[in-house]
Design a protein. Structure first.
Lengths: 332, 272
């Protein structure tokens, strides 16, 4: 098979082919990078990867498209929250502006990547499509002070960081739940991209938790404040059981409790069940009794994060959808 | 005892590929590669560098190979944190201090990962890799900077390793389990990095950072911006924008072998 002849034939049939696979025509640079690895046996795989890049959006199966679309919606939820926070004077403490900028930029990159796979027909969402009060469009939910500098519960951005923790934990659990759907021969590259986004969400979450410990200890700008049980306000950088329901809102409610609870179904095979974050049983084995008596339920639960199913993720995220967002089908 | 660990047909095939414990001789290595992965893998493996590095233990192929690869990484991490707890830096930490809390937790988490993976391998009739002998002689366990620096290396490496290995898993139960572990490793990595240098929980050495444009609050943002590195899909550390720099097992093991004693060094010739 003459690979270059084939590319040339494809371009004759579809003059925009090379632009489609890479607008800046870096395809030959790409080929150069890959050149060392191209053997006769590998050529079909390289071709397949080009065709995925060029036409992938039209060949995604419905389940893959659904997982990626939900992921994109969650990325917009996070992006607009952090991007807007950066524009509000006095909301993000000066010690954390760099961190929130980093996180905002990562979410922007995730939107870029997901739109690249889903294609230009992928939905997009505006800041006004979200209700960051957690009021399902009422604007009067328990998190309504999260974007108001110094408001009740939000001194030093405490409520803002609590929301960031809840959003990024929802994200990491959602990506975890979606990964098995992406594990098909045709979508291995998409799977790896999703895994690479998933761990970045976990890094963000770790930092949000570190900031919340610092706020509780009045030591902003340092990672040196200890966690304080029962972890609602000064959590560990990992989820310990269900963190006692997570952050507490000014009205006394725990608006993120579902983020740490079970999905549906809560028990079953690892790729088809969604236990709460206090789960101590992996692959059917209770790790608190079968391995070592030193492995407490807290330690075992911390050592594993749990996936969430799409419908449960949407139930959580719908609290943060405005009427405009609902009209666009956001988290429906 | 019920288990949801691999029982699918493709794993039965993988179970036959016991990890190689003996140093790999050139001829038996080719037989192994040819028998398990077909002609294409034979060509690729024949070109690989580790072919000329005798004395490595190969992690095997298929899901069993990736699970043993994960088990090897967790063995190393668990041994590292266990040794920290006997060293001068940890012994000098005040009770109740953040760093004591953190290293107590990390030692537990990694030991749980190690023991869980071993039990899961055994439950599915896959022979676990032998107990590896680490070599931490390059680390001064009395020195905070050295301990934190090494911890960052192990955690960042673990994240890049799990992310780069996921695509080789056929059984989604195994993929789900790997996903449950890797995000905890990412939490560890981010915190250790913040302890060393505040706000470095994400940085360009581990994530392909992205600089967006069109970030006005009212804008209809469509992903405009530029990644730091040009992305490709080769798993060589240049992922898409805002993504972890995942790496394939052979690339990971090159770094990991620096912390393993002779006789415990690893290869992963089935996972290019």
């Amino acid at each position: 098979m003459d690979f270059f002849q084939l590319l040339s034939d494809v371009e004759k049939a579809d003059p925009e082919f090379l632009d489609r696979i890479n607008p800046r025509r870096r395809v030959f640079k790409y080929l150069g990078d890959a050149g060392q690895k191209i053997t006769a046996a590998a050529v079909p795989a390289v071709l397949a990867s080009f065709f995925n890049r060029a036409y992938g959006q039209s060949t995604l199966t419905a389940p893959v498209q659904a997982v990626l679309t939900l992921a994109l919606q969650l990325e917009y939820l996070e992006y607009h929250f952090y991007n807007t926070a950066l524009s509000i004077n006095g909301l993000v403490p000066s010690q954390e502006v760099a961190a929130i900028t980093t996180i905002r930029n990562d979410e922007a990159g995730h939107i870029n990547a997901l739109r690249g796979v889903l294609g230009s027909s992928a939905p997009s969402y505006l800041f006004t499509d979200f209700d960051y009060s957690g009021g399902s469009g009422s604007g009067n939910g328990p998190m309504k002070n999260a974007l108001i500098p110094g408001a009740d519960g939000n001194v030093n951005g405490a409520l803002f960081f609590a929301a960031g923790q809840a959003f990024s934990d929802t994200g990491q659990r959602a990506y975890k739940g979606g990964a098995p759907v992406l594990n098909t021969t045709a979508t291995k590259d998409i799977l790896e991209a999703a895994l690479n986004i998933h761990s970045v969400e976990a890094r963000h979450n770790s930092h949000f938790r570190t900031v919340r410990r610092a706020i509780a200890a009045n030591s902003l700008g340092s990672a040196g404040a200890p966690a304080v049980a029962p972890y609602n306000t000064a959590p560990k950088s990992w989820i310990s059981q269900i963190d006692n329901g997570g952050p507490i809102a000014p009205d006394g409610s725990k608006p993120a409790s579902k983020v740490y609870g079970p999905g549906n179904p809560p028990t079953g095979a690892p790729d088809a069940s969604y236990p709460g974050e206090d789960n101590v049983s992996q692959a059917g084995v209770d790790l608190t009794t079968k391995l070592s008596t030193a492995y407490t339920p807290a330690a075992v639960s911390e050592a594993f994060d749990e996936p969430l199913d799409g419908p449960t993720v949407k139930t959580i995220a719908t609290m943060f959808t405005s009427a405009a967002g609902k009209a666009k089908g956001l988290f429906v | 005892m019920p288990t949801h660990f691999p029982s699918e047909p493709q794993l039965r095939e993988a179970e036959l590929d016991k990890p190689l414990y003996a140093p790999i001789k050139r001829r038996s290595f080719f037989m192994y590669a040819g028998a398990t992965a077909g002609a294409t893998a034979l060509v690729l493996a024949g070109c690989s560098k580790s072919d000329s590095s005798p004395g490595t233990i190969d992690v095997g192929s298929g899901d069993a190979g990736i699970l043993n690869y994960a088990y090897a990484l967790e063995q190393l991490e668990a041994a590292f944190y266990a040794q920290i707890k006997t060293g001068g830096y940890y012994m000098g930490l005040a009770p109740g201090s953040a760093e004591k809390q953190i290293f107590d937790d990390l030692a537990l988490h990694e030991a749980i990962h190690r023991d869980f993976l071993k039990a899961a391998l055994q439950a599915n009739s896959i022979t676990p890799l032998k107990d590896l002998t680490p070599n931490f002689s390059s680390i001064n366990f009395g020195n905070r900077d050295q301990v934190l620096s090494a911890a960052q290396t192990f955690e960042d490496t673990g994240v890049a390793a799990y992310n780069g290995a996921g695509r080789f898993l056929s059984n989604n139960a195994n993929l789900a389990l790997a996903g449950k572990i890797v995000s905890v490793e990412a939490r560890h990595a981010a915190l250790i990095r913040d302890l060393r240098s505040y706000n470095s929980f994400v940085a360009n050495d581990v994530v392909n950072t992205f600089t967006p444009t069109n970030t006005a609050v009212t804008a209809n943002y469509l992903g405009e911006g530029t990644p730091n590195s040009t992305p490709n899909t080769q798993g060589n550390g240049n992922p898409g924008p805002g993504q972890e720099r995942s790496k394939r097992p052979p690339q990971i093991l090159q770094a990991v072998n620096n912390f393993l004693a002779d006789g415990s060094k690893l290869s992963a010739n089935s996972f290019m």
